[in-house]
Design a protein around this ligand. Structure first.
Ligand code: BGC
Length: 450
């Protein structure tokens, strides 16, 4: 292995209980969108609309994980990764979102879980990673309060069917992203826009997170229950007061709006007044039903954002200064490479008394990989992972409670509205042939975990 591939820390320094893993999501990898009774999700419908996905990429086959899961799980084992995070496709299990169960879908996830266990890999399930049933979207999706009970019933079905073998659960993946991009900006499925949609989606996703967690707690007695949030270290462009205040509002929206109600602190509207409007959508018992005592919180951190005040952006009065405009290294997503961000986020979330344990449930990077002589020498991604893992160790050594690190992601996959172009995998995928090549970053991770 190349000299620059070595780091001056070891896996042992994280302790024997530290969880090393890799994260994936159903819609991004499975493909087989229309087989064995699966119903349509909002992402199936959104991706089929003209101009919604870059270059018109279509996710129908994705990485064909549905058919190749044994080979891909064998790769997880080969890379010495002992924890595998995946999400369940709601419409494989309940094609209409509620009502009758599709047992072919149950059977499929049973096979995935059983094979993971056979390989000695611990399964970690995410109940919801953005692929809402289209049938439920036709009834308002996340803007309809009934989603709380639809989601609770779905969570209960997941728990009943898989809870005999799966202990580790995450209820939601990044509610700030699926509500913000899907119901405010319209850039993600279902493509809705506007403040009212957004505020309703925020509140209903908070209530649903708790309802889902309660369903898991009731059904799976040994369950280790978490949920995940995206988070990003925010800094003002300079110390002028308007920019400092703008950065505070962005920090409130991106890093606090979703976790604080879950911890019983309510929505942080004193630092972001527009959140006060959520009260219109609240009912008397809601305050109580917004909080849950999670066993762990998953944080997902990729970059840092620099913020400037702007009178042109409604509600938040701030805008983000893109990395490509700032003379800093950045990834194929135009996200700055800034490893201390993950350290700052561990520190920030540790400051909440109500969080028992933190796990990094996603961290990774997309770069334009090239194959040379059958190999992908992705030095940038390898360095990115090494430096971020180094920051996690620094936080751990300073006494912050962080108990695991999951790389995003196993194989290159369907990166939502960006299509197949941004490659995040430890394993390269040729999307024409579905051939896999372990990248240098994957080989480094394997060696590190040995
Ligand atoms: C999401 C993933 C996504 C990744 C990279 C996270 O926000 O959970 O689904 O692929 O970031 O953008």
């Amino acid at each position: 292995m190349d000299k620059e591939m070595h780091v001056d820390f070891s896996k042992q320094q994280f302790g024997a209980d530290f969880k090393w893993g890799v994260s994936t999501a159903a819609f991004q990898i499975e493909g087989s969108d229309n087989v064995d009774g699966k119903g349509l999700s909002i992402w199936d419908v959104f991706a089929a609309r003209r101009g919604k996905i870059k270059k018109g990429h279509q996710p129908a086959d994705a990485c064909d994980f549905y058919n190749r899961f044994k080979d891909d799980i064998a790769l997880v084992r080969e890379l010495n990764i002992s924890n595998f995070r995946f999400s369940l496709s709601w419409t494989r299990l309940l094609p209409e979102g509620s009502g009758s169960i599709n047992y072919k879908g149950v059977d499929y996830y049973n096979r995935v879980i059983d094979f993971l266990l056979e390989c000695g890999i611990t399964p970690w399930i995410t109940i919801y990673h953005w692929d809402l049933p289209h049938a439920l979207e036709l009834r308002g999706g996340w803007t309809n309060r009934d989603i709380v009970s639809w989601f609770s019933d779905y969570s209960e079905i997941c728990a009943i069917n898989f809870g005999d073998r799966v202990i580790n659960w995450m209820v939601m993946n990044e509610p700030s992203v699926f509500t913000g991009a899907g119901y405010f900006l319209g850039m993600h499925a279902p493509g809705k826009k506007g403040l009212t949609n957004y505020l309703k989606a925020i509140h209903h996703s908070t209530l649903a997170t708790v309802a889902g967690a309660q369903a898991l707690r009731a059904q799976v007695h040994e369950a280790n229950i978490g949920t995940t949030f995206s988070c990003t270290h925010i800094e003002p462009i300079n110390q002028y007061q308007n920019n400092v205040l703008a950065a505070k509002r962005v920090d409130t929206l991106l890093n606090r709006t979703f976790i604080e109600p879950i911890l019983g602190l309510g929505y942080p509207h004193s630092d972001l007044p527009v959140l006060k409007k959520i009260e219109k959508h609240m009912r008397p018992q809601d305050e109580k039903n917004m909080a849950f005592d999670f066993d762990f919180i998953g944080i997902q951190c990729y970059t840092r954002e620099i913020v400037k005040s702007s009178i042109f952006v409604p509600y938040i009065g701030a805008r983000i200064v893109k990395a490509s405009k700032r003379k800093v290294p950045f990834t194929a997503m135009n996200w700055e490479v800034y490893p201390p961000s993950i350290y700052q986020m561990i520190k920030k979330f540790n400051a909440y008394k109500g969080i028992k344990k933190l796990l990094i449930t996603e961290n990774g990077s997309a770069f334009p990989d090239v194959i040379e002589n059958g190999k992908v020498n992705d030095i940038d991604r390898t360095t990115y992972l090494q430096n971020h893992i180094g920051e996690v160790l620094k936080a751990k050594q300073e006494g912050f409670n962080v108990d695991g690190y999951f790389v995003w992601t196993l194989t290159d996959n369907f990166e939502w509205a960006e299509g197949f172009h941004p490659r995040f995998g430890l394993v390269y995928v040729d999307f024409n042939t579905q051939q896999r090549i372990i990248k240098q970053s994957g080989l480094w991770f394997k060696e590190f975990l040995k």
